[in-house]
Design a protein around this ligand. Sequence first.
Ligand code: ADP
Ligand code: MN
Ligand code: MN
Ligand code: MN
Length: 426
Amino acid sequence: MAVASISAANVAVSASLSVGASVGQADQRRCSSSLKTLPLSAGQVSGIKVSGSLSCKNELRGIISAERSVSARQGGVFKIMALAQKAEYIWMDGQEGQKGIRFNEMRSKTKVIQEPIKAGSLDFPKWSFDGSSTGQAEGRFSDCILNPVFSCPDPIRGDNHVLVLCEVLNPDSTPHETNTRRKIEELLTPDVLAEETLFGFEQEYTMFNKAAKVYGWPEGGFPHPQGPFYCGVGLEAVYGRPLVEAHMDACIKAGLKISGINAEVMPGQWEFQIGPAGPLEVGDHVMVARWLLHRLGEDFGITCTFEPKPMEGDWNGAGAHTNYSTKSMRVDGGIKAIHAAIEKLSKKHAEHISSYGLGNERRLTGKHETANINTFKSGVADRGASIRIPLGVSLEGKGYLEDRRPAANVDPYVVARMLIQTTLKN
Ligand code: ADP
Ligand code: MN
Ligand code: MN
Ligand code: MN
């Protein structure tokens, strides 16, 4: 196993810089107040890999302070202090499920920012990328714009580094056709805002190993039939928990509204939940959580896929149940509003299905805790329904409904928009 935890990943970063001690906030203050910046040449900082824009020694001087350590233990080692901030700009190319079973839609690149900006701020500068390399533009007019919409601490790099989620704009600043987030913003009129819509997104996914087999499955065969795996414990029942734990830790450190995880019905399949959160926030947090899952998978040698039916046969598919409520549903007697919403949803079934994820017809078969894709069915505590009213909600007479139709590879912004559109704009 490679780097096995988030803190280990940090150590790896420090080690590659040949830093004697960590470069935390405390060090930063001490260094900037009492240390001299030595006139370094690139050759003097042997042990530091200097590449790209850092290879110019003047730029190097600008971002790195160094001292010859005075303590005997650190004798002769330059103490390096990186003052600049790494901002990982993350975006979606809008092609989830279109590049094969295991490739995903997330893209990201790092911007080094000399004057650090606070995590959570939206003051990060716009940036651009080559849209012709992501399937988002033609070669001749290929620059797309990254416009920051959400930022949070980077739990992997630590320190003051950040993740910056971006929406994609065309060169003329209009929203790109893959920009489904903007379409929600346009729906958030005062009447919708007054309903304070909330969403809980259950993101299921399946782990694959480097040999393109489901992670943990026996070589050349199949595991025990489904049954002991859902919320299981023990070496025989559970495959891949170290990644799940690292991912949950990362989401918590990033400040995402992760509300839980569980092992799923098919071995090697897992779920994390984001929410309850508002319509933009739920999508933002889901997308950053998806990025973290893929990024940590690199360190664990695991590929996570949102493919709706990764294994044919008697194996569960992967969905993204979306729990949804309005203010009217959450107050006493809200069950009436829940039934009214279900009535509206029943009339727009085909429309919702057409946007609920590529390949979803292989998952929504009527078996494996799904309703058939061509049938709209609702029911209390019914996991074979399209829309389920949780038992507790039915007993209390208020709460939320669960849309069980979205596939794991669905765009969370699309689900939120369609639920609002159908239940509040019809
Ligand atoms: P399941 O029993 O279907 O596996 P989970 O516990 O996985 O349910 O997910 C339930 C989700 O519902 C959680 O993400 C939770 O945050 C969300 N949720 C709870 N209350 C509400 C509400 N009032 N409105 C929207 N979502 C809610
Ligand atoms: Mn669940
Ligand atoms: Mn589930
Ligand atoms: Mn569910």
